[in-house]
Write a protein that binds this ligand. Sequence first.
Ligand SMILES: *Cc1c(COP(=O)(O)O)cnc(C)c1O
Length: 392
Amino acid sequence: MSLSQGREYLAIPGPSVIPDRVLQAMHRASPNIYEGELHDLTDSLIPDLKKIAMTKGDVAIYIGNGHAAWEAALSNTLSRGDKVLVLATGLFGVGWGEMASGLGVEIEVLDFGQSSPVDLARVADALKADTAHAIKAVLAVFVDTSTGVKNDIAAIRQVMDAEKHPALLMADCIASLGCDRFEMDNWGADVTVSGCQKGLMTPAGMSFVWFNDKAAKVRGDCVTPYWDWAPRTDPEVYFRYFCGTAPTHHLYGLRAALDMILAEGLDAVFDRHRKLAEIIWSAINVWAEKGQIAINVADPAHRSHAVTSIFAGSPNGDALRHWCQHNCGLTLGIGLGREPADAYFRIGHMGHVNAQMVMGALGTIDAGLKALDIPHGAHALSAAADALAQRA
Ligand SMILES: *Cc1c(COP(=O)(O)O)cnc(C)c1O
C-alpha cells in the first residue's frame, strides 16, 4: 500500500523538475540542421545565456554534462605542468581539482571542510606564498551541491586583486545558475561553467562555459580540437557551434526555459529561490529543536538557495529518503560525498519549484520523521506556513 501514485516531486539537486513547457517544446520532429529556424533559435540563445550569467564575455555550448564544462574550462586555459589552486567546500571542488590533475596540471588543494565556506585568509596566504606566480587559475565552486555551501566569489576576486595575483578566477555555477544571484563580470570571475539540468530546468545533456577576454588570451596546451572554445563562440558555419550535429531538441527546450526565466525576471527568480529556501530552513530549525537534525551549514549567509543539506544521524537520512519516495512520491537527494552517507539527505529546491511544492515536501518529510520515530521538534509545518505567509 503506497500513496505515491500521482505527480512526483524530484527534489534532488539536479537534474531538477522539468517544466511542461520545456518538455512540450522538445516534443517535435527533428528540425533541419542546415538552415532556418534552428539556426535563428541557436543565435537567440547566446545573448540570453550571457544575460543569465551577467557577462559581456563569450559563451561556448557543449553537448555534455557539467563535467564536460569543467574539462572545457580547464583545457582551454591551462597547460601541462601549470598549477591551479583548488578551493574545496565539498565533493565538487575536489572533483574539479581531480579533473585538472588528470589533465596533467599540478593542484594545490585548500580544503575548508564540508560545512564552511572558503576562508579568505587562507586563500590570501596561499597566493602570497606563490611569489613566482606558478598558480595559473583559482578554481572556486560557487555553490557546492554536496554540502549546500555557498562561497563569496566577489570576495575571492578581491583577495586575488589585493595580492596582485594574475591567476584566472574560475567559478563553478553548475548548481546555482538561475537560482542564487551570480554576477560574473561584476564579481570578477574570468571563467564560469554551468549545466542545463539544474537551475536552467532542461534535461541533462548541455553545458556552458562563459569566458572573458583575459581567459581567451591565455591559451593552454591542454586544449584539443573538440573542446576548443574559439570556433564554438565565433562560428563561421553553424556546424562549428557544436563541433558537429547540434543538440537539436535540447536547444528548443533551453529556449523555452530561458523564456520562462526572463519572463519571470532574474531578480524575481532569485527572490523566489531565497524565499523558498528560508521557508525550508524555518521548518528544519524547528525539527532541530529535538534529536539530531541540523542544517549542514550553520550560517544562513553561507547557504545556497538552491539546495539544502541536512544532517539527520545515521541511518536516518537514508531511511527518510526511502520512506518519502516509496510512500509519497517525493524523491530527496542522497548524502553525496558524506561520511556516513546515510546520515544525510538533501532537498533540491532549484528551478521549477514553487511554494506549494515546498510545503508538500516539508509535510512529507515531517510525516516520515513521525512514521520512522526519528526524534524531532514539533510544529515545523506551522513554522513553515508562518514563514510562507510572511513572504508571499
Ligand atoms: C551537478 C554539479 C556538477 C556536475 O555536473 P554533472 O552534470 O553531473 O556532470 C559539478 N559541480 C556542481 C556544483 C554541481 O552541482
